[in-house]
Design a protein around this ligand. Structure first.
Ligand code: BJW
Length: 225
């Protein structure tokens, strides 16, 4: 029974209206990542960082899964072997498409976290640093997302699943951010068949045995079929 690990990035949610990061007009052309996606930026100006994520949370509430999310949820339901979905995305569109097991290695936009005690809870529509933690009462509320310099979630689990997989598929990611950018190397080293599905060639295209170029909403359902 073949085991599949799928890694998704911002490109899979692009056609749902959520911006990617590094494409022309992407999030990092509008915001300075050092100010909004690092612990140092948060320490300097928590209100700016909360505004950034509050705005993205509001956008997410109006977005819907697209055919690529739906096709992966169908794959999880119908594939006779194991499917592990690892996403770098903080949106919940995989879950809303019906996907049951999603590993959010960069956290989740709809969750809040206490920077003091580490408690997690459901994010309010608008979050601010002065919101008290429901566990310890400290006013150190932050989005439950992984910024540059922080350690992504579930790395041991992800690495063990890649070590065991027969097929590794990367969808809609530019391959510029580690550790996710290194997963294809690990999959190749373990002898998995590696597949890239992306709008265009990425930094890592040369590492994949099979490649499909085009919008995710076309190429992902076709690949799943
Ligand atoms: C479509 C499409 C359509 C468009 N259809 N496709 C030097 C060397 C190596 C590493 C480092 C280094 N210097 C620093 C580091 C570490 C650093 C890093 O990688 N920096 C790089 C910039 C070099 N990484 C970290 O700090 C990470 N932590 C870490 O390494 O800890 C150490 C450690 C690791 C493991 C074990 C133990 C210790 C943390 C990284 C956190 C990233 N956080 C962000 C923001 C937070 C969440 C949020 O606000 O959303 O995560 S950054 C941002 O980039 C976000 C994304 O998840 C991530 C990846 O972006 P993604 O998804 O690839 O998007 P894009 O825009 O880049 O690409 C979109 C792609 O889609 C494009 O290719 C398009 O063509 C395509 N596309 N439309 C199909 N319709």
């Amino acid at each position: 029974m073949k085991r599949i690990v799928i890694l998704t990035g911002a490109g899979i949610s692009a056609e749902s209206g959520l911006g990617t990061f590094r494409d022309v007009g992407g999030v990092w052309s509008q915001y300075d990542l050092q100010e909004v996606a690092t612990p140092q930026g948060f320490a300097r100006n928590p209100a700016l960082v909360h505004d950034f994520y509050n705005h993205r949370r509001a956008n997410l509430l109006t977005a819907s899964p697209n055919p690529a999310h739906v096709a992966l949820a169908r794959l999880e339901r119908e594939w006779p072997g194991r499917v592990d979905l690892v996403t770098q995305n903080i949106d919940d569109l995989h879950e809303r498409a019906g996907h049951r097991n999603v590993i959010h290695m960069h956290g989740e936009l709809m969750e809040a976290k206490c920077a003091e005690c580490g408690a997690h809870w459901e994010a309010p529509k608008r979050m601010q640093a002065s919101d008290p933690c429901p566990e310890c009462g400290e006013s150190a509320t932050r989005p439950d997302v992984v910024w540059f310099g922080e350690i992504p979630y579930d790395m041991d689990l992800i690495e063990s699943r890649i070590a065991e997989c027969d097929i590794f598929a990367s969808i809609g990611t530019s391959g510029q951010v580690f550790p996710a950018a290194g997963f294809v190397l690990q999959a190749n080293a373990m002898g998995a068949h590696t597949v890239e599905l992306n709008l265009e060639a990425s930094e890592l295209s040369g590492m994949f045995e099979e490649r499909h170029e085009g919008p995710a909403s076309d190429i992902v359902p076709a690949w799943v079929d």
